[in-house]
Write a protein that binds this ligand. Structure first.
Ligand code: ZN
Length: 683
């Protein structure tokens, strides 16, 4: 199933604040109209499947809200301005208008239309541009510009109508969606994740239960994950750190059947509420990282976002990714800041009891985070230098976030052809979006021959020469943006990798990422810093050459899915994002023992790098693996992995050993303050 739904109705812009209220003045109709116009003028709307909006029914509203509250809200269309003002006063940070009930019903209906379109297979994913937002509204209360809880109702509706047992809600709005938390805190079938500006409860909604140690209740214990931001100015690195070390491993272990996003973009740079520094491009990546879950079933529903420039840019970045456009390059990715890392450590510590992937997390809770200490004593005792620079950053961002300037995101054009495939052996039918590599230009033949003569004199057979020509030809097409990615079935995988790296560094690339799955000894020079070699293998290699050579030695026996995913999410992806390659080589050999669905996940997730510029090299793989690689390269979502089970103890130890070896050089690997050991301190 392919296709992306866009759901919007201008009617939802037809309400506004009717009296003076500085708190509510930022919630304006233009948030919605400008978002839609931006999507339209970027040419995204016409590529989407149009889905109409409908009104949410009373029955649907009552899935979460109380009858009394609904009856109250139903009275608002006939109220005078004075009556509306009085009515509003019983709630916090919200306003009513004669048309808001109508719009709130449309916002629910739009969210449910999106769920229906995705669950019925009409589209793979989509976005609902709605207003009013929903995630603060509670069973019997409007709150924080929200009237009805669109995403909570969407999850309840999906569970009811499609018999779903596991729904993941990712709330990347900068505020805590306490209304969603309250709805599902005792429900193990909905995993609710939220990060939010908190500053030790000094930021709205100032709740104890927004902190990291609120993990759900009763049967729902462990299924509520809160990541508090205890200072402002969080960056792309901080957001990625939380995805790699908290959300994604939990999400893969949870194995959702549907993913909903409470997509507030007040967590983007320039927002007067959030005061964060993450750029709009990050939402293109966060979206990508969620698209391999639940077989790509992803519903994005607008929540907050009050800087119209960063809001509309972020909406477009999200839409581009939903539509399958190449993800943008991110620069300057590295270690999370001290405060973000403290939050990551604390979330991991309190959730260790509930999640297999955290079984070996080493750190205890940090009961007195540095930000709290600073708040209390106002003196910097430790990390003086870091605190000073962070403080400066904080002061700068706290002055006037709306005055901050950032570069406009670059266009994200997709090459006309997604995937080309070359093979010296016959291949069966190719998936949609894939085509066979055509005639090889003379120039490429000469180039291949030149490199062969210089570096591979021993390989004179016709098959090797052909293979080298295929590699040169595909890499040229990728470089010229004629195709996005390619695959070559090769006779000699080690020679092919070395050849591809050589050719890429000669003319096309500054940084090549090689992800090699198999036991072969890959003789690629990693000393220059231009090549990062990540190898999933079952034999421990003799010599580890540099900080750019990362073998991940996992026990064989088909490789435990949990182990491979733990290595991929907690080690390989952070390394890859920080390295920021401009070309990715995905290499798979028959010796790998990797299962097809796991390889498909590896392949899909890696395509968020290098703007999707990927060459897959396969040796000796069966037709399922070749087919899965083609599918993944051509943009199909990876198959569901199912329950991951426990990672193998020995594997986790090895992964952790590598993480600790490398975290000084590669800061995005940091998820701990402890230098020693992987032992669970609780025994
Ligand atoms: Zn918000």
């Amino acid at each position: 199933m392919s296709g992306t739904a866009l759901i919007y109705d201008e009617e939802m812009s037809r309400y506004q604040l009717l009296w003076d209220d500085p708190v509510c003045a930022i919630e304006v109709p233009e948030r919605l109209t400008r978002s839609y116009e931006a999507v339209k003028s970027a040419g995204l709307e016409k590529r989407c499947v149009p889905v109409s909006v409908r009104e949410g029914t009373e029955e649907e509203i009552l899935l979460y809200h109380s009858k009394e509250y609904l009856e109250q809200v139903k009275q608002t269309p006939s109220m005078s301005v004075e009556e509306l003002k009085t009515f509003t006063q019983q709630f916090g940070d919200v306003y009513f208008h004669p048309n808001i009930y109508n719009c709130a019903k449309l916002a629910i209906g739009a969210s449910l239309q999106l769920v229906d379109s995705v669950m019925k297979g009409k589209v793979r994913n989509g976005m609902a541009l709605v207003r009013p937002p929903g995630h603060h509204s509670q069973r019997s209360a409007a709150n924080g510009f929200c009237v009805f809880n669109n995403v909570a109702i969407a999850a309840l509706y999906a569970k009811k109508h499609y018999n779903l047992n596991r729904v993941l809600i990712v709330d990347w709005d900068v505020h805590h969606g306490q209304g969603v938390q309250y709805c599902f805190e005792e429900d193990p079938s909905v995993l609710y994740f939220s990060w939010h500006r908190y500053e030790h409860k000094s930021f709205w909604p100032n709740l104890d239960e927004s902190d990291y140690n609120t993990v759900g209740k009763g049967k729902g214990t462990g299924f509520n994950i809160n990541v508090p931001w205890n200072k402002v100015g969080m960056t792309n690195s901080d957001y990625l750190s939380v995805f790699f070390h908290v959300l994604l491993p939990a999400a893969y272990e949870f194995d959702p059947e549907l993913v909903l996003v409470s997509a507030g973009f007040d967590s983007a740079i320039g927002d007067p509420e959030g005061h964060m520094c993450a750029t709009p491009e990050i939402f293109g990546h966060l979206t990508h990282l969620l698209m391999s879950l639940a077989k790509g079933k992803l519903c994005v529903v607008l929540e907050g976002g009050y800087n119209l420039t960063s809001l509309t840019q972020s909406v477009c970045q999200t839409m581009h990714t939903l539509l399958g456009d190449p993800t943008p390059l991110l620069s300057g990715i590295g270690s999370p800041c001290h405060s973000a890392l403290e939050s990551v450590v604390n979330v991991r510590a309190v959730h260790r009891k509930y999640w297999n992937f955290l079984k070996y997390a080493a750190d205890p809770q940090i009961l007195e985070p540095s930000t709290k200490r600073r708040r209390l004593e106002n003196t910097a005792e430790e990390n003086k230098e870091e605190e000073n620079t962070e403080k400066e950053k904080e002061e700068k961002t706290e002055e006037k976030p709306e005055d901050i300037k950032w570069p406009e995101p670059l266009p994200r054009p997709a090459p006309p052809v997604q995937t080309v495939v070359a093979s010296s052996t016959e291949l069966e039918s190719l998936p949609k979006g894939c085509q066979m590599l055509g005639k090889i230009p003379q120039k490429c033949i000469e180039e291949a021959e030149k490199i062969r003569k210089e570096h591979f004199q021993g390989l004179t057979d016709k098959t090797s020469s052909e293979c080298f020509q295929h590699i040169v030809s595909i890499l040229e097409k990728v470089q010229n943006k004629e195709v996005r990615n390619g695959m070559v079935v090769v006779p000699d995988v080690c020679a092919s990798v070395r050849f591809a790296v050589q050719h890429a560094l000669n003319s096309l690339s500054k940084r090549v990422l090689v992800v090699f799955v198999g036991d072969e000894d890959v003789q690629v020079d990693t000393g220059s810093g231009k090549v990062l070699l990540l190898q999933i293998c079952s034999k421990e290699p003799g010599v580890v050459k540099s900080d750019y050579h990362v073998p991940v030695c996992l026990s064989k026996a088909g490789h435990s899915r949990a182990s491979v995913m733990q290595a991929l999410i907690g080690l390989l992806l952070p390394l890859a994002y920080e390295f920021s390659p401009d070309l990715v080589l995905q290499v798979l050999t028959s010796s790998s023992g990797l299962e097809m669905p796991v390889w498909a996940q590896v392949s899909s997730l890696l395509q968020g790098l290098a703007q999707g510029r990927t060459l897959a090299l396969l040796q000796g793989c069966d037709k399922d693996m070749v087919g899965a690689t083609c599918s993944s390269l051509s943009g199909s979502p990876a198959p569901i992995l199912g329950p991951l089970g426990h990672p193998v103890d020995k594997d986790v130890e090895f992964i952790e050993k590598q993480r600790q070896r490398l975290e000084k050089k590669w800061g995005l690997l940091r998820n701990s303050f402890s230098e020693s050991g992987t032992k669970n301190q609780d025994g």
